[in-house]
Design a protein around this ligand. Sequence first.
Ligand SMILES: [Zn+2]
Length: 464
Amino acid sequence: MTQLVAIHGHFYQPPRENPFTGEVPAEQGAEPYHDYNAKITAESYRPNALAGNFDRISFNIGPTLIGWLDRHDHETYRRIQEADRVHRQTCGVGNAIAQPAHHTILPLARRRDKITQIKWGMASFIHRFGRQPRGMWLPEMAVDLVTLEILSRRGLSFTILSEEQVQGEVRGDAGPYRVRLPGGGFFAVFVRDRQLSNQLSFATDQIAAGRDWLADQVRGRQGLTLIATDGETFGHHQRRGVQLLADLLRDEPAAPYEMATLTDYLRTHAPTREIELIERTAWSCSHHLDRWDRGCGCTPGDHSWKPILRSALDLLADEIDAIYLYELRRLFSNPWLLVDQYIDVVLGVADTGLLIRENTSAKLTTGQNLRIGKLVQAQLHRQRMFTSCGWFFEKLDRPEPRYVIAQAACAIHLVRQGTGIDLGPEFREALCAARCGKGKAIPGVPTHTAADLYDEVAAANPLA
Ligand SMILES: [Zn+2]
């Protein structure tokens, strides 16, 4: 019997643009390229697209990344779109799936943010691929039932989890399985093989002949085997990854296994076996969601800055929302709908002024229009403050935490422009206790804190 294998690639980069200028700054370590987006495109996205690898894998590509590719490497962008279109022509379904807009850890986000992230991710997908998505990748595979319930209500039907995140009738194959939703009904889940996925991601050097290795691994298995990993594994993290992936995907007569894609497989294999989620878990950390919240042993050293940064941003988000609702509730029957639709402005297919007018029957003055425009734009940066990269690594003084602080500074700036209210001092105070490299302080030299990082953003962007 021929074994079936699916490989899913999660392709993602955070939006590296300075939120004040819209430009990606030159990044240290990316040389000879200007920044990491350019470097990873040259090493992974472009060669994988040229090799035809997107045609035969399942994949999701972060909305911020695919937007960057559209602007900076249009040919690669076009090939990725084309891969989905050809798959749709051949199989009746595309092989791309959607992703929430900003790689937010959804179980840590409040319900309102979950909805916005999911709606924005779906709108971005429709804009890029010209069709409704069927599945959605969850950032870090971080999952809870509320998130699945919202995905289901938005018309999505499946996601991907890792085997350690589920329990019950898991029989070693990828499923699809079904998870019972609290409000009734089921949601489909494909379960990846953790060991195989990790071997392909982190032990590529030990895999001499890719096809023989995979054939050995899946021999005698029943059903579908799923390998799911970061797409950047292929070419960026692992130099020979592009060729290895092309080799694994190659179609040939009498092959020891056949490749499948998740959407195509789901078409003919309705989930019947039920499993349970282990809620508030993720694929890259075994400590539930601590890595992005209170910190955990996956990032050695002092991680006391993590919960402080998160609570400072939560507080700021509360304040931004309170101002937003105070300003808009009198004029808009559903102020959040305006936020959800603002993704069309980000995608360049709508105009802020028109969108505002469409959402209210009130006759707004030019001043009101401008004010509301600033507040809804602030909501974009307030969403971007929670991109998971900010908490992923061990050090506060890295580009990723600086990045979320810069988004916060930009949101603060827009609120101030719109209303005259300055949320900066309170936010800055909340950051003071988050120290970089605690314990290494030199006597007489002030300890560097997240508040200093905020000041640096403000100094570099005088508007802030
Ligand atoms: Zn951990």
